[in-house]
Design a protein around this ligand. Sequence first.
Ligand code: NAD
Length: 437
Amino acid sequence: MTQQQLAESGHENRTSSLSYIQPKADSPWLTYLAQVDRVLPHLGRLARWGETLKRPKRALIVDIPIEMDDGTVRHFEGFRVQHNLSRGPGKGGVRYHPDVTLEEVMALAAWMTIKNAAVGLPYGGAKGGIRVAPAELSHKELERLTRRYTSEIGIIIGPQQDIPAPDVNTNAQIMAWMMDTYSMNVGATATGVVTGKPIPLGGSLGRVKATGRGVFVTGSEAIRRLGLEVKGLRIAVQGYGNVGGTAAELFAKAGAVIVAVQDHTGTLSNERGIDVAALARHVEERHGIAGFDGAERIADTDFWNVRCDVLIPAALEGQITAERARGTTAKLVLEGANGPTLPAADDIFASRGILVVPDVICNAGGVTVSYFEWVQDFSSFFWDEDEINARLDKILGNALARIWDTADRLGVSLRTAAFAVACERVLQAREERGLYP
Ligand code: NAD
C-alpha cells in the first residue's frame, strides 16, 4: 500500500497490539480500532475497560478437509470468532468468500458486538467464515464443506453459546445443513443453534428480507429527518444480493428511482430508473447483474460519481475510500454492508455535510429478526409476518432515535453515537459482571 492509499484509508500509523495478526494497512480490523478510538473519550469512567473492545474474547481457526466430487481432497481455512460475550451468547453470520481472513472475521465479529448492543439485543458479537469461492463447488461439495465446518466449530457454538446466521454467499440451505449437523452431533434437534433457517425447520417469516427492510426503515427515517421525501430520490446501490436487492426493491416501491447498481459482475446505470423486479429476475437466473438489458453498462469506477441523492453500499467492507467520498454527489449514505466506509472517508462525509447511517444500526434488521427467530424456536410458537415486521420497525425506530439524540448531545457523527450507546452497554455489563476469577 502506498503512502497516499494509507492516507486515503485513515488508518495511517495504526497497528494492532495483538501478536497473532499482522493486519495490512487496509484491514477492516484497523477500521474498527479507529472507530473505537473515536468513542473512548466519550465513555467517562467506563473507558478504563476500553482494551476489552480491542481484542476478541476467543478466535477459533479450523482446517476443513473435504473430498471433492472427482475424488481429490482439498483443505479450506475456516474461522469462528467470538468478540465479546458480556451481554449474552455470541451472534453473527458466516461468510463464504475467497478473501476471508482471520482479521476480517475479527472485525465483523466486533461490529456484531456493537450492533447487538446498539439495538439492545441480548447478545454478544461473533462471526464466522470460510476462505472459499463457493461458486466453484458443486452442491454436494458445498454441503460437505458446511457440515465439516459446523462439526469443527461445534465446540464453541450452540443455542446458548453462539448462534450463526447467513452472510455473504450463505443462505437458508446452508443454515439447514448447519442445524442438522449440530443436531446430529448433540443427539437432539437443536433448531436454536442457527438463524436464517428455512421456515419448516424453525425459520422465521420475514428473515430473508429483514436486513434490506431495516436499511429501508432506518433510511426512510433519516430521509424524513433531513426534511426530504423518498419519492423521486435518486439512489445508487452497490451489491445486488440479499441486502442491496431488497433495499432497492423497497425504496423503488416507495417511489425512489434506482439510478445505478454495481455487483461483482459489473456496473449499470439508467437515469430514468432501473426496473428492480426485472433486475431481480435476471440476477436470480444469471447470478449477477451483467447482461441485464434494462440499463447501460458503465465503468466500475464511474459508479462512485453517478448523480444520486442516496448511496447504499451493500457489498463488502472498505469500499468507500476518501477519494470516493470526495467524488460522490449523495447527501445520504445508508450502510447496508458491514464496514463499507474507511475512517478517512467518514471524515470527508462529515466535512461535506453528508449524513451516514452507520452499518451497526442501518443493517441491524437481519440480526433483529434472527433474534425473533431464536425466541420463537425456544417457545416453539411462531408469529405472523405482520407482527414480525411491526416489532422490527419499532425496535429499529427506537434504536435510531436514541442514537440520533446521542449524536446531537455529544456533537458527534451517528457512527460515533451508535458506538457510544453500544460501548456503554457492553462495558457496563463487563464492569457489573466483574473479572473472573
Ligand atoms: P450476498 O452474497 O447476498 O450479496 C453480496 C453482493 O455483493 C452481491 O451482489 C455481490 O455481487 C456483491 N459484491 C461482492 N463483491 C463485490 C465487489 N468487489 N464489488 C461490487 N459488488 C460486490 O450478501 P448479503 O447478505 O447481501 O451481504 C451484503 C453485505 O451486507 C455484507 O457486508 C454483509 O456482511 C452485510 N450484511 C448482511 C446481512 C444479512 O442478513 N444477509 C445482515 C447484515 C449485514
